[in-house]
Design a protein around this ligand. Structure first.
Ligand code: CA
Ligand code: CA
Ligand code: CA
Length: 543
């Protein structure tokens, strides 16, 4: 078996890349503009590569962009094309502006293994099919522009929409260390981490520190997953676009330096008559962690609203498995909520002082419209406040009296349930999520628990994690949905799913791919045999 593996490995060395993708390198220290972009002759600057026509891509046929416009070739025949990867090496890359580059397939811009390419800030405007990975974005003391983010993903009235962008595993910080910052430093030097507009945007596993707002999302049908926002003076996340999923993010340590209402997550509708006159539809908040502060002695410690949604209407929302520890009244508050559920969340006020206790509240819209079709269930919370005369079902919720009896280590914000806690096996199965905050299968034991964590004994196999993890797509095709959640499928996707025709086509394609792979594998195998038989000759010649 070992030998077979070695042979296949060898064969792959000789095999041309099936997709025809190429690799290029940018090195701000040793690179030169006239080079060919190879590893040994890298380019100097990614911005120069873009600005001097070295990327074969597409742009709109005319400007200003109009809906229905066609994409036409831009820089045809240039060395970098859709599907390629550009590796960045350590050094200062300055400001990156990617404007009007609609790639036929995704182009990846990634830190070379072991390298830390540093940028002052990044703007992706009116472009599509890009992935950015491993960038270290840190302006330090560069002048800040009002409302400008470290990583800006932007549609534009003239150049058109932005879509299909992946921002993954980057490190975004206003400064590396904010511990010496005064209140005025916080107010003037902190940038917003990510500002994402457009559609099908994936923001995943980024570390965002020492910022004003963390992740601002007006993007639709997008995914914000597994990010860390640590040390912020505004809101941790904002979600104003429809059908976007915010899941498994950690938002912690809020600073109070101005009149801002601090929220772990905030949303509000925007209509023709301003804030609160529209709708925000189909947002999912799942498995996120919001922690007001870790250190009670933290300077400028804010009191943070957990999930603050005050100006609806909010329609078709799912809020489940979130953990919120906050010294404020508003643990989870919705004013103007329709056809939605708030299920299996844990909301804790870390102290018994005002403001607080932190509650789950469903109230009327500011215009008096009641919330309707809402279920508030299986929540473990320091308080619950459902306004009267609304169509809200609230059951199987448990008020936290003594955190020490319920949680493993409440002062350290470990809110896993203790073995005999009252919340264990007292939840309802109805509308309960089938995984918990740790992505572990529910139920465990007799039935579903109350709160974000399902009590279980022993280690939980990775199997259950993989099987149960909600589907998300990092690489949605145009017209598809980055969120992957079924309830959020676009109408055209639903139509396709209903037809067995599409399924048959898919199976046929898979079979064809398998066949191609097999015939390719045979070719590779023969190549490998030839290569191996030549090895002694090559070895002999080199001696
Ligand atoms: Ca706010
Ligand atoms: Ca309190
Ligand atoms: Ca249970």
């Amino acid at each position: 078996m070992k030998r077979t593996g070695a042979l296949i490995g060898l064969a792959l060395l000789f095999a041309p890349d099936a997709a025809g993708a190429s690799e290029f390198w940018v090195d701000p220290v040793h690179g030169k503009p006239g080079n060919d972009g190879s590893s040994s002759a890298p380019w100097r600057s990614l911005q120069e590569v873009l600005d001097t026509g070295l990327v074969a891509t597409q742009q709109w046929e005319s400007y200003p962009y109009k809906q229905g416009a066609k994409l036409v070739a831009k820089n045809p025949g240039a060395p970098v094309k859709g599907g390629d990867i550009i590796y960045l090496r350590s050094g200062y890359h300055g400001v990156l502006r990617v404007v009007s580059f609609h790639n036929k397939q995704r182009i990846t811009v990634a830190a070379q293994e072991g390298h830390q390419p540093r940028f002052e800030r990044v703007l992706i405007r009116s472009s599509s099919h890009w992935l950015f990975r491993g960038l270290d974005v840190r302006p330090e003391h560069a002048p800040k522009f009002e409302w400008t983010a470290l990583f800006e993903i932007q549609s534009h009235g003239w150049t058109g929409p932005v879509y299909d962008i992946v921002v993954k595993g980057n490190r975004l910080q206003s400064v590396e260390d904010s511990s010496k910052w005064s209140a005025s430093d916080w107010a003037t030097l902190s940038w917003t981490g990510i500002n994402a507009d457009g559609k099908n945007i994936v923001v995943r596993n980024n570390v965002i520190r020492n910022v004003y707002h963390g992740i601002m999302v007006t993007a639709e049908r997008s995914l914000v997953d597994g990010n860390l926002v640590e040390n912020f003076a505004g809101d941790g996340m904002r979600g104003l676009g429809d059908h976007t999923v915010f899941q498994y993010n950690t938002i912690k340590n809020c600073y109070d330096v101005n009149e801002e209402h601090h929220d772990g997550f905030q949303s509000f509708s925007r209509g023709s008559d301003g804030v609160g006159t529209g709708e925000v539809i189909g947002v999912v908040l799942r498995g996120n962690t919001f922690i007001n502060y870790e250190d009670p002695e933290q300077p400028y410690r804010a009191t943070m609203q957990g999930i603050g949604c005050f100006d609806g209407m909010f329609i078709d929302w799912v809020v489940e498995n979130n953990v919120i520890v906050t010294d404020h009244y508003h643990g989870i508050t919705f004013n103007g909520l329709r056809d939605s559920r708030i299920v299996n969340n844990t909301v804790l006020d870390p102290n018994r002082e005002r403001p607080g206790p932190a509650w789950i509240r469903v109230g009327r819209h500011g215009n008096g419209m009641p919330s309707t079709g809402v279920v508030v269930r299986n929540n473990l919370t320091t308080a619950i406040a459902i306004a009267e005369k609304q169509d809200v079902i609230a059951d199987h919720n448990l008020i936290i009296d003594n955190p020490a009896k319920l949680f493993v280590d409440a002062p350290a914000t470990d809110l896993h349930l203790r073995k005999k806690a009252r919340a264990v096996d007292t939840g309802s199965s109805d509308l309960a999520p089938d995984i918990d905050h740790d992505k572990v299968s529910r139920p465990w034991g007799d039935t579903y628990d109350i709160g974000a964590y399902e009590y279980h004994e022993g280690e939980v196999g990775i199997d259950s994690l993989e099987r149960k993890e909600p589907k998300t797509r990092e690489n949605p095709k145009v017209g598809e949905d980055a969120t992957g959640a079924q309830r959020q499928q676009a109408p055209e996707d639903r139509a396709t799913n209903r037809s067995g025709e599409a399924d048959r086509e898919e199976r046929k394609r898979t079979q064809q791919q398998a066949d191609t792979f097999c015939s390719r594998a045979t070719t590779l195998w023969l190549l490998a045999l030839v290569a191996v038989s030549l090895l002694p000759v090559v070895w002999f010649m080199r001696r």
